[in-house]
Structures are given as C-alpha cells and as structure tokens.
Design a protein around this ligand. Structure first.
Ligand SMILES: Nc1ncnc2c1ncn2[C@@H]1O[C@H](COP(=O)(O)OP(=O)(O)OP(=O)(O)O)[C@@H](O)[C@H]1O
Ligand SMILES: [Mg+2]
Length: 461
C-alpha cells in the first residue's frame, strides 16, 4: 500500500504543493490552497509494471466512437450529435433552472436506445424523482434510480449492474471515503469527479454530472473540475421566464458553437424548433420603444425584441437600468446617443429590457438597443418589419458584424422586409424580399428606422 501523505492543492489551477502557501506561485491567486489527504491520482497513469508502449495513431481503432443518439434534438446538437460512450459530461446552472428535469428527460429518452439507465440522486428522495418523472411523461421500465451519496457505493453499483448511461445529480452532494473533508468541499468534488472519470473511461459508460454554480455563475468547486470532464454544458435562463438555453462551454467531441433552446412547461423542457418566432410572439406592433435585433447564439441566428422606456427623472440623478444586457454597454450607448446623435437623455431615466430572459452578449445588438432608446425618447415608433444589426462605435459610426448573411436570412424567413445595417454590407448578402438599408452612422440608422413624427401611433414611452 502506498503511504498516504497530506498535500496542498491550488483550488484555482490545480498546482500541488507539499506545504500550504498563501499565494499560488503558478496562477498568482491568494488563499486557494486546500489540504487534501492524498496526492491526486493522475488519470490514465499506468499502474502496470510493464514498460509503457506507444501505438501508431493509424493503428488505433475508432470503434466505440459511435454516438448514442438522443431524441431530444436540441440537446443532441449541443453535444455534437449524441452521447459519446465513456464520456463525462458536466451540466451546470443556477438553482431551479431545470437541470434535474432535463437530465431525467434525457434518462427516460435514452432508455429507448440503451438497455438501462441509472439516475443517481444525492439531493432528492426517490419519491421526489418519481413525482417529477410522472409529470414528464411515461416512465420506461429500464430507468433505475438510486438515492446515494457515497461515490464508492455508486461505483460498485455501476460495476455490478453495468447500465448504458449514468446520471449523477449532483457532484457537490457526493463524497469519497478516501477524503476527510465534508461533501461539497473542493477536494471531495475533485476526487469524486476523478473517480467517475476513471469509471467512465474504464467501462465505456457515459456519465452526466450535475454541477451547482456559484453566485458568479461558475461551476462550484475547483476550476480543475472543468479540465477533468470531457464536456461542460450550461443551462441558462431566468427562472421567471419560460425559455432555457443550453450552451457548451467546452466539448472534446464537438463544437462549442451550438446552443439548444428549450421552453419550461408543466411536462418538462420542450424543444423550441423556431426560437426567433417564439421570442417575438408577444411583440406588440408599432409600439414606441420596441425594436428587433438579430443575435448569433452559437452558429444560429436569433431574432430578439429589445424594449426601452425613457421617462423624466425628476430627481437630479437619472437612472439607467438594463435587464439582459451589460450595464456598461448601456451607459456607452446612452453617451453615444447624447453626444453623437443629439438625443437629450441627461434628465431621463432609461430602462432597457431584453424580452424572454435572453442576454445580449454581442456588440451586434448595439443598434437595436440604441434605436429602442431613441424611439422611446422621441415618441416615434420603429418602422414595421424592420430588423437592426450593427455595432455602434464611440464616434457614432455603425460597424459591420460577423455572419451578416445568416442573420439576414433568418430575418427574411420570419417575414421581415427591411434590415438596417452598416455601410459595408453588400446587397448580394440579402436574400430576396429583404431590403438592405445601409447607414454609416447611428444618427443615419435612426433616421431610417423610426417613423416620421406625424406618423407616430401608440405612445408608451
Ligand atoms: N408542476 C410544475 N409545472 C411546471 N413547471 C414546474 C413544475 N414543477 C417544477 N417546475 C419547474 O421546474 C423547475 C425546477 O426544476 P429542477 O428541479 O429540474 O431544477 P434544478 O436545476 O435541478 O434545481 P436544483 O438546483 O434546485 O436542483 C422549477 O423552477 C419550475 O420552473
Ligand atoms: Mg436538481
């Protein structure tokens, strides 16, 4: 038996040290060293006494790399086309966003292709799981549940019953007898994940792990957790809105560009086949302060409604509130509107909301935000059937954005007939039926976007 010794591991970068250190010499982070009972085992390290043998890469078989299809198309796409045997997939997300629901659905659906699926829960009783499953639809006979938190007992069970797929909900509730600290601690989470990794690679059983996220939105536990697993997915969305986005942050078996869109319903997460249509479904026509922009969510264009409301502040300090966009970006656009376009916003409170719980991460949505604010401030409605695509620069110039062609094609598909974009856009990029309106500056774009003052109809802002 090798002797157990105490080592210290950096929580941030995984550096191992024989003694505790206040600051990690590798990553420079403070107070990240935690005590662990044993030196972490290196995954894949040979334990045999035989000398290591390299293989010609061409001689390595590709058998077993076939994927198991999931009949939940949005999930399958995000994974890169199905579940790879022996892969370890981590799914993170805010509390209550629907992680357990999604994985229970995946478990049920996978029973159609695999001989059996094991759902291990350390958080909920099997009765709670049963209640949720009854809500989600018919329960297959080959779906097994286990309420257990000991990783050793789970590993034993998996080895004995050899299920086709395992789901562990959640990694923070699991504990390993080999580590002294409490479940959920950094060393426990790391050790349990490593144990599951060895199990997945050794047996070829794919394992899905649920991971809690911290207040900042990162998966709780050591940063190395994301390095250990093959795929990291995030289920995003606001609990108070029905839409959920599933994104890949890392994928060893596929692109990280894909995004799955779901809707939370009584029967669980339902795929949204046409997200743009869903996000715009409640958009009021010709309303002041409402503007449509086109985002790229991964490789897929998505039309989104941006709403703005400006109102006289009364107090000396005007408020700027953005829901679904970066606060600093909102300040920047407000400043450009004031200084370069001449929209007087100094004494106006500004509220901007992105409909459906979506977040505008891309500068390509700048134009839609700026036009929505200008529309509310002037009381002029945005012209109907018009989409807005463009980044706004500090000099008030309108800049080009990537994937314009795909954004325009999606707009045309949804019946939009005008697209306001930068001067660099080429006519041939626009599909038939979509008029390209080019503008060099934000001021020019606003001129093309808003109705003439006498035509303003319903005023809400
Ligand atoms: N009867 C119901 N009808 C519709 N939606 C429901 C119902 N019950 C639960 N939900 C939805 O499911 C969500 C909870 O889902 P779930 O338990 O899968 O989340 P989770 O991400 O696993 O949460 P946790 O982090 O607490 O484990 C709720 O926020 C709610 O939106
Ligand atoms: Mg859960």
């Amino acid at each position: 038996m090798p002797k157990t010794k105490t080592v210290y591991v950096c929580n941030s970068c995984g550096t191992i040290s024989p003694k505790w250190q206040g600051r990690c010499p590798d990553c420079g982070e403070w107070n990240t060293y935690v005590e662990t009972a044993d030196a972490p085992k290196v995954i894949g390290a040979s334990t045999s006494a035989l000398p290591a043998q390299a293989q010609q890469l061409t001689a390595v078989s590709t058998d077993g790399l076939a994927r198991y299809p999931i009949s939940l198309g949005e999930m399958s796409r995000v994974l890169g086309g199905g579940v790879v045997p022996g892969s370890l997939v981590l799914i993170g997300g805010d509390p209550g966003v629907g992680k357990s629901t999604l994985l229970l659905q995946v478990a049920s659906l996978m029973c159609a292709t695999l001989p059996s699926v094991l759902y291990v829960s350390g958080e909920e009783s099997i009765h709670q799981i049963r209640l949720r499953a009854s809500r989600l639809g018919p329960i297959p006979e080959s779906l097994w549940v286990l309420s257990e938190t000991s990783i050793g007992a789970i590993a034993d069970h998996i080895q004995r019953s050899s299920p086709g797929l395992v789901i562990v909900d959640s990694i923070q509730t699991m504990y390993s007898e080999q580590v002294e600290s409490a479940a959920g601690s950094v060393s426990q989470v790391r050790d349990c994940t490593m144990a599951l990794m060895r199990l997945a690679k050794g047996s070829g059983v794919p394992i899905f792990l649920v991971g809690h996220v911290t207040k900042e939105g990162a998966i709780a536990g050591p940063r190395v957790l994301e390095h250990i697993v093959d795929t990291v997915l995030y289920l995003e969305g606001d609990r108070f809105h029905q839409f959920r986005l599933l994104r890949a942050a890392k994928n060893r078996y596929g692109s990280t560009n894909e995004v799955g869109v779901f809707e939370m319903t009584q029967e669980g997460l339902e795929e949204v086949p046409n997200p743009s249509e869903a996000f715009l479904s409640e958009r009021p026509e010709d309303t002041v302060g409402s503007c449509v922009g086109v985002l790229m969510e991964g490789s897929r264009p998505l039309l989104v409604e941006v709403q703005a409301l400006t109102s006289y502040s009364g107090s000396g300090l005007a408020r700027r509130t953005g829901n679904g966009l970066d606060y600093n970006r909102l300040l920047l656009l407000t400043a450009v509107l004031g200084k370069r376009v001449g929209v007087a916003l100094g004494d106006q409170d500004i509220y901007v909301n992105v409909v459906g719980g979506l977040r505008l991460e891309e500068p390509a949505a700048d134009l839609a935000v700026a036009v929505a604010i200008a529309s509310s401030a002037s009381g002029r409605a945005v012209r109907p059937e018009t989409v807005h695509i463009g980044e706004v620069g500090l000099s008030g110039e309108l800049r080009s954005v990537p994937h314009l062609e795909r954004r325009l094609a999606e707009s045309a598909k949804l019946g939009y007939t005008r697209a306001v974009c930068s001067r660099t856009a080429r006519k041939q990029q626009a599909p038939a039926g979509l008029q390209l309106v080019q503008a060099a500056t934000l001021a020019e774009a606003i001129g093309h976007s808003l109705e003439a003052p006498q035509q303003a109809r319903r005023i809400t802002g």
